[in-house]
Design a protein around this ligand. Sequence first.
Ligand SMILES: Cc1cc2nc3c(=O)[nH]c(=O)nc-3n(C[C@H](O)[C@H](O)[C@H](O)COP(=O)(O)OP(=O)(O)OC[C@H]3O[C@@H](n4cnc5c(N)ncnc54)[C@H](O)[C@@H]3O)c2cc1C
Length: 534
Amino acid sequence: MFSKSFGRRRFLQTGALFSAGLTASIARTRLVRAADEPVQAVVIGSGFGGAVAALRLGKAGIKTLVIERGRRWSIVDPTNNSTFATYRNPDGRSAWLNPTTVVYDPVPIDIYTGVLERLDENGISVLCGAGVGGGSLVFNGMMYQPPKDLFYRVFPNSIDYDELDQIYFPRVRSIVKLALLPQDILATNYYLSTRTFLKQATVAGLPNRLIDMALDWDVIRQEINGTRVPSAIIAEDWTGLNSGAKNSLDKNYLPQAEKTGNVEILPLHVVTEISEVPGYGYRVTCNQINESGEIVTSKSITCRYLFLAAGSMGTSKLLVKAKVTGTLSKLNNYVGKTWGDNGDNLGSRSGLPKPTNPGQGGTGSGLIEHFNNPLGPISLESYATWNAPDGTLTSLGMVIPEATGTFNYDQATDSVKLNWPANSSKVKKILKTAAYTYNILDRKNTTSTYNPQTQTILGMQQPTFEASTATSPHPLGGAVLGQACDLYGRVIGYQGLYVVDGSLIPGSTACANPAFTIAALAERCMDRIIADIS
Ligand SMILES: Cc1cc2nc3c(=O)[nH]c(=O)nc-3n(C[C@H](O)[C@H](O)[C@H](O)COP(=O)(O)OP(=O)(O)OC[C@H]3O[C@@H](n4cnc5c(N)ncnc54)[C@H](O)[C@@H]3O)c2cc1C
């Protein structure tokens, strides 16, 4: 069993696992000087969708302001833990404006604009990134392109997978710089957990391989040889890697966007409302905050083109509020619907032959693709968990979920809440599907203890598993392609209003982690949108 400090139950429950309108003012380098001064384009959020939009707008010569609620996180000194908080020594930097840490057992911390937010919605908790780079600051870096047949179980046929495969996935791949875990690193003791995961899959007859990662493996070699602070290799992942091993968006898309001279990023600005400015464009109301989350000043910024990229949770909530309160009254009834958790299930197997080194060898890399599971296709990914006891292995499972969630506005609190049918048979099916695969893994990896002198088997040991759907790090949907938006993210009912983030995706990226698909789809949307507006 897990040690007391590991808090296994808590781990599973919280998911601790784990061109019109071009005015002279627009042409200035600093885009926002006074309240209500217009800019040509505003992008809300600087995660995968926002970073792609910013780069493509900047390259097209469109003056763009990226409004981001969180702060910038540049690596201060890669030889020590000076940039991000760690699991082992948490502080306010661990969490977005919360008095305790938000994953693993809660630890009191100072209230700060930290990198990781947990939203406790009705029926599910959701994890999101906050800061310049969005989810790329906290993610494991797994960049998994869904296979074509599974892609079409989720997405409309009118989205051309081959075009994504040949143009947009490669474009993202070349900018973010993806690479497989190199064999020399896999061979180290640090990555024993990955080797064990893959080996057990092979023994169980389950297809397995390594997955593309947005990691700089040379930096991880430096972690191993002691010239950079151990970060990925000791599974310090979800609150940022102090060694700088993550290829987060603040190292690729976003600086490239700023380099065009047309894009400015405004950190520590929280958008509270979006509205139409008839005959012109849109108004974005936001609060500038300090690093403790206190409001410094309120602003309203007017733009011709508005790109929503606040993530599935952020964008859906802004849109639902705008629809209900009438600031964007022409939004259709699909807004706030078709939300899904990507079929996420966080699992842990115990009773494996020791050592497994489960707390080392981050941030993930091993992949099992059990697509012929009779209950539905599932992928399982290995990832390290900093405080897991020896003899365990943790993994993230993803199925194609059948349940859908809906966002609803509550007038009394002027807030929007997600409702997810946690107790429905459709959600329970996620765990049944995962259990089917885990059972094969456990059964086929049963070990025996043998006494060679007496030539007798002393005992059989079969691993066991636990899994949970209580928390998802992969919120998707709320402004879905072909429903609230057209197939290029253009919001139906409006001109110049676009969604370019995970909200576009109908609840699942087909047994894959979503960031790669979100970025590729955003590239595809931006090609069409730039052609429309330039
Ligand atoms: C712990 C964790 C691990 C993950 N690991 C992986 C992985 O390995 N592989 C993978 O593919 N995916 C992973 N994900 C998921 C991935 O991070 C998201 O799918 C992806 O970042 C979503 O991209 P996005 O553009 O939709 O939104 P985000 O990347 O979430 O960006 C939204 C941005 O908008 C900002 N924002 C939100 N609201 C407002 C507002 N009101 N005003 C101003 N700014 C706002 C946020 O701060 C954020 O920067 C992980 C997620 C988490 C939380």
